[in-house]
Design a protein around this ligand. Structure first.
Ligand SMILES: [Ca+2]
Ligand SMILES: [Ca+2]
Ligand SMILES: [Ca+2]
Ligand SMILES: [Ca+2]
Length: 283
């Protein structure tokens, strides 16, 4: 952005020039009297003709004309990851001589990852690789994507038993079977799942496969990723979890209510109701 191109920007920047920002501008000293006399040479200021140490380093500042009020002064942005797109941190720089690591745009949505920028290629990895404001898509992940607070969840209406569901989520970069940590997350997951498919059931990453018989039916449940159990939503009025037939160690959401039930982990369909699954990014 050329400062001289925009009166608004100039007005915005004016207070900066009279404050502590000035000494930080490359090639500009804090001596306002010297800045106000661009025609003066160092030699003219010094009647002895002797070179003064403080004048040697920024010698070319008066010659290059890169003063804050000149048409050659621009706002540059630090490109910390070196992908050619800057972050939001702006600074005054000479337009035709950008410092190393500074670019003329602030278009990078993640200036710590050089694979993430507006020319990036979207991949199924929980990141917004191309900076279009959305992380992942059905096109790259293979299942409908619904984000919550910027984090993508995949609603896979494939038929799968619980183990296959875990395998499918983990085959993607930075995904696992969903972990539900709050009433709000439960509400989001159930609402999105209902919109993708009505009438079938959805595996979640909750199981008690490691619990001994003495813990059945409702103790010893854990999340696939070891997260603390902060919330449950069992269909308690229907007596769930019940470990029916002594063999129900994996949890799913019912359609219609979103309440949880335990089923045998190898179930792919239950009397005609299909078992789908929900993946959540681990990022
Ligand atoms: Ca960058
Ligand atoms: Ca991505
Ligand atoms: Ca994207
Ligand atoms: Ca059950």
């Amino acid at each position: 952005m050329n400062v001289a191109d925009s009166g608004t920007v100039l007005l915005f920047l004016l207070p900066l020039f009279s404050t502590a920002c000035f000494p930080d501008f490359p090639g500009v000293s804090g001596d306002s009297a010297e800045r106000s006399s661009p025609g003066d040479t160092d030699e003219a200021d010094d009647p002895t003709g002797e070179e003064q140490p403080e004048d040697t380093a920024p010698k070319d500042r008066g010659d290059s004309g890169h003063q804050p009020w000149d048409t050659n002064t621009c706002i540059g942005f630090t490109d910390a990851d070196g992908d050619g797109f800057g972050g939001s941190e702006g600074q005054l720089v000479p337009c035709d001589d950008l410092p190393l690591g500074v670019v003329d745009n602030d278009d990078d949505c993640d200036d710590t990852n050089d694979a993430v920028h507006p020319d990036g290629v979207e991949a199924c990895n929980g990141l917004d690789d191309d900076c279009d404001g959305t992380a992942d898509s059905e096109a790259v992940c293979g299942c409908p994507v619904h984000p919550r607070e910027g984090r993508p969840y995949l609603f896979c209406a494939d038929n799968a038993n619980w183990e296959k569901a875990v395998e499918a989520c983990r085959s993607l970069d930075s995904y696992d079977l969903v972990v539900i940590g709050s009433e709000q997350e439960q509400a989001f997951v159930f609402d999105a799942a209902s919109r993708v498919d009505h009438g079938d059931w959805w595996w979640i990453g909750f199981h008690d496969r490691n619990a001994g018989p003495e813990l059945e039916p409702d103790a010893g449940w854990e999340w696939v990723d070891g997260s603390a159990v902060l919330y449950t939503n069992w269909a308690t009025e229907a007596g769930q979890p019940d470990n029916a037939d002594g063999d129900e160690d994996c949890a799913h959401l019912y359609d219609g209510s979103g309440l949880w039930n335990d089923l045998p982990c190898g179930t792919t369909a239950y009397h005609g109701t299909q078992m789908h699954f929900i993946c959540e990014t681990t990022r």
